[in-house]
Design a protein around this ligand. Structure first.
Ligand code: IPE
Ligand code: IPE
Ligand code: MG
Length: 241
């Protein structure tokens, strides 16, 4: 569909890219094949969302809990992430032309320093871009993110820089990885699961949820359209009447 086909677009979409493993299993392939297809689809849907004019989109790529998977699977996912980062560096001009700002949500301290270097490079190189804000959540946990923000504030309070009773919601918000970005309006989760799995907890306080049984590698631009069309029809009240 085209941007003008929608009466309203969410300011910020969150996508939980789930179902890669089951996609591979259905085909008798190793789980890593599912992640390869999932990574391809991330590129497709990310590009499509940008073309539609979605200004902020966050993709959940790897959670803080995903480290508990077999080491081989974790390594395969990190390799794919590395490939994507290399590509982002090589195609930097393309991203700049499209006005894409790339950011990574999550704790970088547990990620391979070689990847962190690339992450920092593309974040810095695209930081002036304003057309599309593409966030990729890697080693991301919503609870850990809130904890981190609160710890920073606690340090300030302990140093006497702020009074605990003066701490505001905005103070907590400004310590999140998404600081300055709008709250999530729509969370999309394919693969039949209906849970947040620690994704953007704070940011999704008033998000609309859209679920689908399609597995992430098969999740198409038509499915994305369906989610946006469903969002248009939602009656958002934010606690009002
Ligand atoms: C999502 O697909 C990718 C990551 C969590 C990294 P899964 O690997 O969780 O796929 P399923 O849920 O096992 O099918
Ligand atoms: C959520 O999927 C994390 C990502 C998609 C990166 P999981 O497959 O890890 O979630 P659970 O375990 O089903 O809740
Ligand atoms: Mg899963």
């Amino acid at each position: 569909m085209k941007p003008e086909d929608f009466s309203v677009l969410p300011a910020h979409v969150g996508v939980i890219m789930d179902g890669n493993g089951r996609w591979a299993k259905q085909r008798g392939l190793p789980r890593s094949s599912g992640h390869i297809e999932g990574a391809k689809n991330f590129r497709r849907i990310g590009e499509y969302a940008g073309d539609l004019g979605i200004k902020h989109i966050s993709f959940y790529a790897f959670s803080t809990e995903n480290w508990s998977r077999p080491q081989q699977e974790v390594a395969a996912i990190m390799d794919l992430f590395g490939d994507y980062l290399e590509e982002a560096r090589e195609r930097l001009d393309e991203n700049l032309e499209k006005g894409i700002r790339l950011r990574f949500l999550g704790d970088k301290s547990r990620i391979d320093p070689r990847l962190v270097k690339l992450m920092d490079f593309v974040e810095d190189a695209t930081k002036e871009m304003t057309k599309v804000n593409l966030n990729i959540a890697v080693n991301y946990g919503g609870q850990q993110e809130i904890l981190h923000s609160v710890q920073q504030l606690a340090k300030k309070a302990a140093a006497g820089e702020i009074a605990p009773s003066d701490i505001t919601l905005e103070d907590i918000e400004s310590g999140l990885y998404t600081a300055g970005q709008p709250p999530v309006d729509l969370v999309i989760r394919p693969s039949g699961e209906q849970r947040l799995s620690n994704f953007l907890l704070w940011q999704s306080a008033y998000a609309e949820f859209w679920y689908s049984d399609v597995l992430w590698p098969d999740f198409s631009t038509d499915d994305f359209d369906q989610a946006l069309l469903a969002f248009e029809k939602r009656n958002r009240r934010f606690g009002g009447v």
